[in-house]
Design a protein around this ligand. Structure first.
Ligand SMILES: *Cc1c(COP(=O)(O)O)cnc(C)c1O
Length: 411
């Protein structure tokens, strides 16, 4: 019998998108073409950009481009099938060895993306009846991986290790997994790694650490947050499964997990997003091997980046002293400027854009309600003059906003 459908949920999408517009939550993609340094052509306009996680300025480096071309010539462009079906290239094999050695852990497994790494490895480690303990500010892919696993999820307040320890002590789950960003992606603060490892030791838990924003930037020669905490090589702990992405400071694409030999072998056997996905193209592994060499050698990139971070912070601290905008105490290349309201954050982003500066506004649900912000991402590709331009523009906008607030009390 034919059913006469008078209204369908399929007709609701225009109104649902309009609702996002009204809440200032509609996201847009710009069309970008890289120019020199940290400049991008965005929708056809040349802009000074503070939006990229290319923290070391390697994404367009000629050595990486050349290695990618050589990789394509040697292996072709596509990998053909899952690494467990068609194998992975000699370049991928070499990259995994080099990554493990670089972070000082026994073995590494290379994935085509960070997001799919986390949504795959968490369910491979724990399942129904087990328990996950998750920092409240973790990245979306750790949260989604936890949900997929069907383990019980205990969310602890951001960086509150006493709360974490209480939750661990109360749990009688047979397998306990603690998951945490190493550098928090929207706030830029660094997790207390040594204390996290100690807590995990006391409660027989495994610590999965996502170092997307620390790898290449923090620690000796950019070996990452774990190395910065001294937990690599002979001091490596079986309690830690280290994960880092390779599309940020490393300037290419993909991610890896590294840790104990048997643990990595288990993940190779059981991670569905690894087993049922086509292997990463060898040209990426070739580019990443070149990147790893530069990360190790080019200490000046990290030194320069640290100088820029200090310059931005001292400039903004002085320029925003009468403003309600806040600069939390981040020591990393992620410098959030807390604005508060969604519409005000968007207005500041647009005003900067009119001045040829591109800083993305980050709104809920990516960050908590009422904490809309500009996420300023610094890179070794920036110059000191770039930083000064941004500081001057934000100082002027803060004065303007403050004056507006005083003349319009209902604002
Ligand atoms: C970017 C990011 C990811 C995802 O990595 P992709 O390679 O971009 O998929 C995972 N975790 C954190 C903390 C990130 O910032």
């Amino acid at each position: 019998m034919a059913i006469n459908i008078t209204s369908s949920w399929l007709d609701e999408f225009p109104a649902r998108v309009a609702e996002l517009d009204r809440a200032h939550l509609r996201r847009q993609r710009r069309v970008v073409v890289p120019e020199s340094g940290a400049r991008l052509s965005i929708d056809g306009h040349s802009m000074l950009a503070f939006c990229s996680n290319d923290y070391l300025g390697l994404a367009a480096h000629p050595a990486l481009v050349q290695a990618a071309c050589a990789g394509a010539q040697a292996y072709g462009v596509g990998a053909g099938a899952s690494p467990l079906v068609s194998g992975h290239s000699a370049a991928n094999e070499a990259l995994e060895r080099e990554l493990a050695a670089f972070v000082g852990l026994p073995r590494a497994l290379y994935f085509y993306a960070g997001y799919t790494t986390n949504i795959g490895i968490v369910p491979a480690l724990v399942g129904t009846g087990d328990a996950i303990f998750s920092d409240a500010l973790n990245h979306a892919c750790l949260i989604d991986g936890a949900r997929l696993s069907r383990a019980k999820i205990h969310r602890y307040a951001h960086a509150d290790l006493d709360a974490l320890e209480r939750e661990l002590a109360q749990s009688d789950a047979p397998r306990k997994l603690v998951i945490s960003d190493a550098v928090f992606s929207m706030d830029g603060d660094i997790a207390d790694i040594s204390s996290l490892v100690a807590v995990c030791e006391r409660h027989d838990a495994l610590l999965l650490l996502d170092d997307a924003h620390g790898f290449g930037v923090l620690g000796p020669q950019g070996r990452g947050t774990l190395a910065a905490a001294g937990l690599h090589g002979a001091k490596a702990s079986r309690r830690v499964l280290y994960m880092a992405t390779l599309g940020k400071a490393a300037g290419v694409a993909g991610a890896f997990v590294a840790g104990d030999e048997a643990l990595i072998e288990w993940l190779l056997q059981k991670t569905r997003s690894y087993i049922f996905a086509t292997a990463a193209p060898a040209l990426l592994a070739s580019a990443l091997r070149a990147s790893l060499e530069l990360i190790e050698q080019d200490e000046w990139r990290r030194t320069h980046l640290q100088k820029l971070i200090a310059r931005l912070r001292s400039g903004l601290t002085a320029g925003l002293k009468d403003s309600h905008w806040q600069l939390p105490p981040s020591q990393t290349a992620i410098q959030p400027l807390l604005i508060g309201r969604n519409d005000e954050a968007l207005a500041v982003m647009e005003a900067l854009r009119a001045r040829g500066i591109w800083v993305p506004a980050i709104r809920p649900p990516t960050v908590a309600e009422g904490t809309a912000r500009l996420r300023i991402a610094l890179s070794a590709a920036h110059t000191e003059a770039d930083i000064d331009l941004l500081v001057e523009a934000l100082t002027a906008l803060a004065k303007h906003t403050q004056a507006q607030r005083q003349t319009e009390p209902t604002y």
